[in-house]
Design a protein. Structure first.
Length: 345
């Protein structure tokens, strides 16, 4: 195993068979070597900097019915909300004062958020905070919609592909959604000049090592600037309520593999990772991650953006979230960077 890790460290690639061994074998010595090599590579390119992304969860309405998601349209128990333009701007104002230089507007695929509405918010943010990056995570939209938002001032777009294998994608999503359309959206975003983020769940129902290899190969094809992965965490009001969640060990192995395969990528230590283990985000930072995404959403709506069970940081004010994460980042041996934190090309 150590030979495979060293080969991946030197070349940033392995054969499918070699990747499969790294994915499936849970070996403590190999895990530690992978962690050290991943940390070495991230520090070579980014030093000890950890970039903060201020997350503004704008809507818990969604037209889609993904089988794993707590805000799926058929979940009649979901507590729905939408932020107003004024609320979004107040979240950004608070975030800017706290040192955030990237704002991430994330939400379900909600038809209320028309291009006119979103572009208006983007333009206001761009005018008020010219030194900040504006990131969107609003699902699948048309090429023209993405173009308009880019022209309004958006910099980045996050759209997890979720599963690069056709059959697995169908197992996780309703029939009206298609992997080919999801991939086309990602390539449209690249064509328009966005900094693009893709990614997948770790330990999703029906997922195998071969499926994960397909994800890694798709990411090599897409060449995104950001890759977001996190463990699958079941939600009690979905068809996958009784499925097993993704594990800490496999998630950390894949973070290390991703850092070695994509040395310059922006790689978040996700909230889901912190949900399945109290020190999950710190372990992620020590295994190649260089981004965290504290929540700037109003406290009274945080519990309503309920993608999975036991989500952390739903009761904290933005300032509490920011201070807590800074302590955790510094305790893990890194430092908060008050800057946009663009991907090194």
């Amino acid at each position: 195993m150590t030979e495979l890790i060293e080969k991946l460290y030197r070349t940033s690639d392995l054969s499918d068979a070699e990747l499969k061994l790294l994915i499936v074998i849970d070996d403590a010595d190999a895990a530690e070597l992978l962690r050290r090599r991943a940390d070495e590579v991230r520090q070579r390119h980014y030093g000890k900097k950890v970039f903060l992304r201020g997350l503004i969860e704008v809507s818990s309405y969604c037209k889609n019915d993904c089988l794993y998601c707590g805000i799926r349209r058929s979940n009649k128990d979901a507590d729905r909300y939408r932020l107003t333009r004024e609320q979004i701007m107040l979240c950004a104002e608070s975030g800017y004062e706290l040192g955030f230089r990237t704002f991430v507007m994330q939400g379900g695929e909600d038809s209320f958020f028309t291009d006119d509405f979103i572009c208006g918010v983007i333009s206001e943010l761009r005018g008020k905070y010219p030194d900040c990056a504006i990131t969107l995570s609003l699902g699948e939209r048309s090429f023209d919609s993405y173009r308009r938002m880019k022209e309004a001032g958006a910099d980045r777009y996050l759209l997890r592909h979720e599963a690069a294998d056709e059959e697995l994608y169908k197992c996780l999503h309703p029939a009206e959604m298609s992997l080919s359309h999801r991939k086309q959206c990602l390539f449209d975003l690249r064509e328009l000049g966005y900094q693009v983020g893709a990614g997948f769940m770790v330990g999703a129902p029906y997922q195998t090592a071969d499926h994960i290899i397909a994800d890694l190969r798709f990411l090599q094809e897409l060449k995104p600037q950001m890759i977001g992965i996190g463990p699958f965490v079941p939600h009690h009001s979905t068809p996958f309520a009784d499925e097993k969640g993704g594990t800490l060990g496999l998630t950390l192995r894949l973070l290390g593999i991703l850092r070695l395969m994509f040395p310059k990528v922006l790689l978040p230590a996700t909230t889901a990772l912190g949900t399945i283990a109290p020190n999950g985000r710190e372990l992620g930072l020590q295994t190649g991650c260089n981004v965290v995404m504290p929540n700037l959403s109003p406290v009274d709506v945080r519990k309503k953006y309920d993608l999975y069970d036991n989500k952390i940081c739903t009761g904290e004010e933005a300032a509490e979230c920011r201070a807590c994460l800074q302590r955790r980042i510094e305790a893990a041996g890194y430092e908060v960077a008050v800057e946009r934190g663009d991907c090194i090309e």
